[in-house]
Design a protein around this ligand. Structure first.
Ligand code: NAD
Length: 348
């Protein structure tokens, strides 16, 4: 008889591993070596082990997955004490969300998407392309853009690598789009280092504002004339929970995302009668490549306290679902909203 009757592999989810009578003790023993326990992985428990390798930035490797599978197959199962064994979960597990593509939703439309090389931007660009849109994919990283375009060989994707804060790059993006621009998703952005205002360094403040606010504004300014001429268009800016409250990040990021909310509302009001809708999505925690550092003791202690009610992080495709809704004609009657897409965090 096989020592791995449940066929545990890298494709099995973390919760499946942890609940398995053989896989659980083996996995927990490995986690304990790194000073972790199964509970620390609860927020990502629906993720396949292979996905954890991709998102853990080297902390969890393919070799570790292979070693886990080999150990289960060899029947080398450590004996656990009652204290090490998992506490039974209460209630049934929620089923995983599965993206449902709406074929043709973006057919005939040209959509500019910034930050398309990674995370939320990449997931949004992918969804628009798979729903028939022509995507002008923008990122400062040419390598990430090439990787994205290669992942969708059938997609109608025009890649433009450039910095959204650079006027020449913005002009090149608009030129690549051509005469008609149906949508703009301003997704590229960076975090700060969680510093309260008395500790903010000028370079952090300027960099965060330059990319999150100036870059967003420059692209809006560049696409609106085409949208006014065609009397139609949809702009979606990516804000953040930090656009809604003061407890999600440092002063620079929080102020920059409040500015994005202001830009969104002003433009929605100005251009609504001209057929242009301007909305924002405010994501909660999302598993991406964005870097957040805690460079301030005060910032770390205050922000971590507010994170007690943080919902589990999601993948970029869950944000792409909200962003493409607003970008598409399905958002027909929605203008000027800052839509939290955060699993309910903003209601806490
Ligand atoms: P990410 O780092 O995975 O992707 C951002 C992409 O933007 C990267 O590929 C990067 O190269 C690109 N980029 C950065 N600066 C650029 C510039 N100047 N010009 C062109 N491209 C540039 O991050 P993400 O988490 O997908 O972030 C996307 C947006 O979502 C950001 O605006 C971020 O503030 C917002 N957001 C993210 C989270 C989260 O939990 N990940 C939460 C709230 C809001």
């Amino acid at each position: 008889m096989s020592n791995n009757p449940n066929n545990l592999s890298g494709e099995s989810t973390i919760s499946t591993w942890l609940a398995d009578p053989a896989g659980g003790p083996v996995f927990r023993a490995m986690l304990a070596q790194g000073g972790q326990d199964g509970e620390s992985l609860r927020p990502v428990s629906k993720m396949a082990l292979n996905r954890l390798v991709q998102v853990s930035q080297g902390a969890f490797t393919q070799e570790m997955v292979d070693a886990l599978v080999l150990r289960v197959e060899a029947g080398d199962i450590p004996v656990e004490t009652a204290a090490q064994a998992p506490v039974e979960a209460s209630g049934p597990e929620t089923p995983p969300w599965v993206e449902k593509v709406t074929t043709g939703r973006f057919s005939g439309k040209t959509i500019i998407i910034t930050g398309a090389g990674s995370g939320i931007g990449r997931a949004t660009a992918s969804r628009v392309a798979r729903e028939g849109g022509r995507v002008v994919a923008v990122d400062i990283s040419a390598e990430r853009l090439a990787d994205f375009a290669a992942s969708l060989p059938e997609g109608n994707i025009v890649s433009v690598s450039g910095d959204i804060t650079d006027d020449a790059a913005v002009a090149a993006i608009v030129e690549a789009a051509g005469e008609r621009i149906d949508g703009l998703a301003n997704i590229a952005g960076i975090m700060d280092n969680m510093t309260p205002v008395h500790e903010v360094a000028d370079d952090v403040w300027n960099r965060v504002f330059n990319i999150n606010v100036n870059g967003t504004m420059k692209l809006m300014r560049a696409v609106v004339p085409a949208m006014l001429a065609q009397a139609q268009g949809s702009i979606v800016n990516v804000a953040s929970e930090a656009a809604l409250r003061g407890s999600a990040a440092g002063a620079a990021y929080t102020a920059s995302k409040h500015a994005v909310a202001g830009l969104t509302k002003s433009s929605a009001f100005m251009y609504g009668p001209s057929g242009i809708r301007v909305n924002a999505v405010a994501p909660g925690p999302v598993i991406t490549n964005i870097e957040a550092r805690f460079d301030s003791e005060l910032g770390a202690s205050r922000v971590r306290r507010a994170m007690a009610v943080l919902p589990d992080p999601v993948e970029g495709d869950a944000l792409a679902a909200s962003i493409t809704f607003l970008l598409s004609d399905d958002g027909v009657n929605v203008n000027g909203v800052i839509l939290p897409s955060d699993g309910g965090w903003s209601a806490a």
